[in-house]
Design a protein around this ligand. Structure first.
Ligand SMILES: [Zn+2]
Length: 322
């Protein structure tokens, strides 16, 4: 139902009614997540069925200073750098602090890799994701000004790591600019599995059409084919995704997607290897649409990225605390 072939790129579903969105927001603000009338949207998003990679023709360029906006707050002292000092430490190997998440393992998967663009042959290699074969990884998208999704995902991941380690969690990243490309989507899933993660979140930003705005969380659909068996993680992943969506709205003030998910901010997919091969609760989040100028203004703001990291992290904390 929600399968989207690797090369099929359905036009984004534009929503013209605002009613359901308003209802969804009201439910979120009121904390009515458990009663949140979510329905699993069908169909893929607009990322060509790749691992939320945006348009292959939209290879990201190196971020330019012009793509950044001035720091306007947030808890990071240097929000506009690729990494703030606060977001760089402590490392994943540091002893876990005391806190409510002591003993919990969170894996953060920063989507794509800034140097994937230099390794197209390697990332185009097909890997088995259980239901089908697809590219090892993709370059990801970028804003029209050249701020790469792969830089965005790493920045948000670092900010999340700092926040979650303060809560006592053990945090691991699937990649941290420490390899020339990838990892491949199957390996990204296996890193979370091997860590016996209590929660995994893959960070992305979308590459959709101008006017398409907002975030959405992608949940694993139920698949049982080849190496893919998500049956045990569908329910806990949905719980994780709902907590993340609710907290993301609350902290960032950003509305759920107006082009997919029917205003709920939640989309179920069965074509993503990173979800299909996961044996632990896992979701993706598309934090916004890099190709929309208004969303891009948010995504390039360090202050907003701090809020995004906080919203996602607080959703994880809420999920893990039950
Ligand atoms: Zn992506």
């Amino acid at each position: 139902m929600s399968y989207t072939g690797p090369d099929f790129d359905p036009p984004p579903e534009r929503r013209s009614r605002r009613g359901p969105l308003t209802v969804a927001l009201a439910a979120l603000v009121c904390g009515g997540l458990l009663g949140w009338g979510v329905y699993a949207a069908t169909g893929g998003t607009d990322d060509k069925g790749a691992e939320t990679g945006g348009s292959p023709s939209a290879a990201p360029r190196t971020p330019s200073p012009a793509a950044s906006s001035p720091t306007a707050g947030g808890s990071s002292p240097s929000a506009e750098g690729e990494e703030s000092p606060a977001s760089r430490t402590p490392s994943a190997s540091a002893p876990a602090a005391a806190g409510p998440l002591k003993g919990k393992v969170v894996v953060i998967d920063p989507g794509h890799n800034p140097t994937n663009v230099k390794h197209t042959a390697e990332i185009n290699r097909q890997v088995d994701v259980g239901t089908h074969r697809k590219e090892c990884d993709t370059t990801g998208t970028s804003t029209n000004d050249g701020y790469a999704e792969a830089e965005f995902t790493l920045d948000v991941a670092h900010r999340m790591r700092a926040l979650l380690e303060k809560q006592g969690a053990t945090v691991k990243l699937t990649q941290d600019r420490d390899r020339p490309y990838g990892p491949c989507v199957d390996e990204r899933a296996r890193i979370g599995n091997a860590a016996k993660a209590d929660a995994v979140v893959s960070i992305h930003a979308d590459g959709s059409g101008a006017g398409n705005r907002g975030f959405h969380v992608i949940l694993p659909g139920s698949v049982n084919e080849g190496e893919a068996d998500t049956r045990a993680i569908v329910a806990p992943s949905r719980a994780l995704g709902e907590r993340i969506a609710g907290n993301f709205v609350r902290v960032t003030g950003t509305a759920p997607s107006n082009y997919t998910g029917g205003g709920t901010g939640l989309v179920t997919r069965k074509d993503l290897g990173g979800l299909n091969l996961s044996t632990v609760p896992k979701v993706f989040i598309e934090c916004g649409n890099m190709r929309d100028s208004k969303d891009a203004a948010l995504l390039t703001s360090g202050a907003w990225r701090q809020k995004a990291a906080q919203g996602i992290s607080e959703g994880i904390v809420s999920f893990l605390r039950g």
